[in-house]
Design a protein around this ligand. Sequence first.
Ligand code: GDP
Ligand code: IMO
Ligand code: MG
Length: 415
Amino acid sequence: MKADLVVGLQWGDEGKGKIVDHLAQRADVVCRFGGGHNAGHTIVVDGKKYALHLVPSGILNKKAINIVGNGVVLSPKDFIKELEQFEDIKGRLYISDKAHLLLPYHAQIDKAKEKLKGDKAIGTTGKGIGPAYGDKITRVGHRVGELLNPKKLTNDIMEYFRIYKPIFEALQIELPNKDELLDELTSYKEALKDLITDTTLMVWEALDNSKNILIEGAQGTMLDIDHGTYPYVTSSTTISAGACSGLGISPKNIGKTIGIAKAYCTRVGNGPFPSEDLGEAGEYLRQKGHEFGTTTGRPRRCGWFDAVATRHAVRLNGVDEIALMKLDVLDGLDEIKVCVGYEFEGKKINYVPYTLENVKPIYKSFKGWSKSKGIREFEKLPLEAKDYILALEELSGAKIGIISTSPDREDTIIR
Ligand code: GDP
Ligand code: IMO
Ligand code: MG
């Protein structure tokens, strides 16, 4: 049996949490493969809201096992805090011993560097994601498995502090002393020791036993370290390819890939966003869609569905089916625009070039509708909404198989 995969097709916050939760109802194993607590996945069940950052969204299915894969950067402090909202995680949640540790100094470096960049700042979540992945790639990071021997880990991190002292001093970062560090790491070990394991073997075993495996992406394609709007991206491989390295499985193990896209677009942080609407429509989407970050509370930048970027994302991820989210947020608009091409260096193009800076959107207009909120059958949608969905399907190059019409688990159309 192969593992199904859910990935974001835009700039994150597409509504991955809701769909993963929906699909997790019949999953045996749910895995996160990348990112860290920069992610914020919101799930609403019976009116109760859960905000998940590191814990896979399958945690709300009591029968599913949840895995935080090796591709994740894990902040033990934030993970332990997040776990407080769940009572019964015993035997239902595991962390890869090969996942990298994100420690408080990573967040301090992240914030200090952003401040120094001034108006060139990326607008990161300030959680330390870039510095933690940076340490991993430059081979000076530490892995979750090392928490099991806090004394040795303390010595190794003190040595790292010694080597990088000039940098910490220049950034005016105060570091813990050896005793404080040992206490901190020991407390992490006590809280997490039963969860740390070789999750690669666990996933292999689940595959061999034909278990139903669901893989939960974080962030979105346009934030991918290679294929996003570099340098205004996150530091991980967010596209489907990242699922293989981030869990230790082969491309042959991936089954269906579901791409999540909002019926419009948002972006948090800085960087190019061709279909951004800085006028009334953008404000309408922000208010109606409650477009404020789950992780940082920042207002999200809002704009129109970008069919060029979506088609690019469909190809990069090998999307079999799109889940179109937040259709209800467009309810009540007279005109809905879709970006169908770009003007780039004096030419009209229909692909995503090397940079999206200085790219101008070419729009096609669609007629709005009054109400789609809460509708659970495709046929019951307003005619204009159906036309809009069919047009997006054609422009994006993948079937729109799921349509979401409210935050609630049940308000989901399966086509
Ligand atoms: P994720 O990071 O991709 O999981 O998405 P977020 O949770 O950061 O942001 C999506 C937001 O939209 C959350 O607050 C969801 O509860 C909400 N949401 C998801 N689907 C729908 C929908 O169809 N309609 C509306 N109105 N809200 C939705
Ligand atoms: P989910 O999983 C939206 C953005 C940040 C910033 C850039 C780099 O909820 O979709 P980082 O802290 O990762 O170094 O910041 O990436 N970003 C996200 N935007 N949703 C996310 O996750 C994001 N994770 C990172 O806003 O622009
Ligand atoms: Mg989010």
